[in-house]
Design a binder for this molecule. Sequence first.
Ligand code: DPM
Length: 325
Amino acid sequence: FFWQEGNGKVSRVIRIGTRKSQLARIQTDSVADRLKELYPDVHLEIVAMSTIGDKILDTALSKVRVDLVVHSLKDLPTTLPPGFTIGAVLKRENPHDAVVLHPNNAGKTLETLPEKSVIGTSSLRRAAQLKKRFPHLEFRDIRGNLNTRLKKLDEKQDFAAIILAAAGLKRMGWENRISTILEPEDCMYAVGQGALAVEVRARDADILEMVSVLHDPETVLRCIAERAFLRRLEGGCSVPVAVHTQVKDSQLYLTGAVYSLDGSDSLKETMGSAAQVQRVGVTASKIPSDAQDRAERLGMELADLLLSKGAKEILTVARQLNDSR
Ligand code: DPM
């Protein structure tokens, strides 16, 4: 796959797959821009795919139609299909969730919204935590991409507010719609939230080497611990599991929690580890491997602690109730 410039110079063509939503395009463009800066001689081609879904994107990768795909890390399963790996995890945006109010409620907070106000979210994780914390509110599903959700909020009277990841809002240029960023005491975030991941074929050594410079070491270690925690709990991307990670004085701290659907039942613990296999699908050869091992072990040990206290039962019930809705 080579490209001949007008001047006769031949450069390699790298094909980047993206979904068609505005957020997917913005995320893909931001990674493409970084790669262009780093490798001015490489010719990048962005291939928009109408078929939605991570599985289809993996198919696109496996059929050699594209060399890499940019994802929100939180949408990637903790075990990738064989042959694929996460070649880069970029510096995390603000990982917290944000409240976006209906224009009629300007100035309000979740606390001061009237009794029975309806909050839109399809995230079991957000609903479970916020139901417990703000029992006067009601929670209903809201679906569609970010553009659709904002429209549903603003143009109808169905929702008093919706909850979205601050990172997605920022990337869309809608930071001004954020009324409150939720503190971890109110709502902890999803595993990998706010970080972008570059998925590549594990055997494409050149591509792996090329994208690996995009890795942000602190984000990588935090996300390895978070993903190891989720994988050990056997949680998919739609279970009421939440995390919070921090690097302080070279120590990595992981707080993890599981919730029943209404948040009445929950388990939450924190563990620390010195911050420094295929680790939950991430390949980062320039980040010390013992640091990655320790991050992975931290995630697994925290999950084992919660499992010993009954996390499995809470998640099994939550899953069954959710499936029967
Ligand atoms: C996953 C969840 C949601 C997305 C579940 C969760 C939110 C679904 C909803 C796994 N993926 O967070 O508990 O609100 O009904 C998604 C968003 C982003 C990536 C949008 C968002 C952008 C932020 C990022 C959807 N995936 O969460 O507001 O890059 O982390």
